[in-house]
Design a protein around this ligand. Sequence first.
Ligand SMILES: [Zn+2]
Length: 274
Amino acid sequence: MKFNLAQALIFGLLAWTGIAQAVDCEAVRARFQCDTTTKYPLHLSFDDGPALQTTDVLNVLKQEKIPATFFVIASKVDCPAIQKQCKIDHPNEAKVCTQSVHECEQRKQILLQTKQAGHVIGSHSYEHLHYSEVEPKLMREHFRLARQVLDPYLNTSPPLFRLPYGDGWFNREQQPQVLQALKETGFQHIAWQLSAFDWDEKNQQGDKILSNVLEQVCTRKQGGVVLFHDGVHDQLQQGRLFTTTHLKEWIPSLRCVVDFKPLSFFEKGYTPRR
Ligand SMILES: [Zn+2]
């Protein structure tokens, strides 16, 4: 059988829309033994950015009209500090430092875009440390710096904060000084109820990360704030590539089981600020 041009176009269009809607929700729910009638509320949060590939995440969220929260590492957008350190590390290589400041400005721009897109921006501290093990004076200094450097971007009142590794939150009974210092700096801590475990390399294949989230939601029969990563904490420009490049594919399957909600659905006590 031969196709004429019109048939070929129609066939192509059908194939394309078919790919766009290829998710069989019944199969997704069966695989994770999800309740067939319930949609659980879910909020996407992303840690360790901003990175260059954060823009890929922003594009997906825009297309899908999903509100999200980004907990960013302040030192990644502290361009004067980056320049100062670069001059110490590379005293005779002005070009190297011009480049790193340029990259820092790129990350600031991406963070500004994140804010302009209406997403919540919170602090993930100044550096990515286990703060329960950090000397109290330095810990306080990092929280203060995070607030100062991120001030143009933090868009809630009080500003929000998520501790790296959750250290100081999960162990808050043994290490109350961390949350105490956060409170003194004026931050409200935001934890997570579900984790994509996307930082773990063994999950960065197939649809393991998607499965991690759906398994937790359907086993516990509840949604919550889910932790993803758009950045890598010890790499300035690099995003968490498996997440930034695959997020788009995961959304249709997630929608079989969850409804995307704003952070305010789960977390009270703060007001959005533009
Ligand atoms: Zn982190």
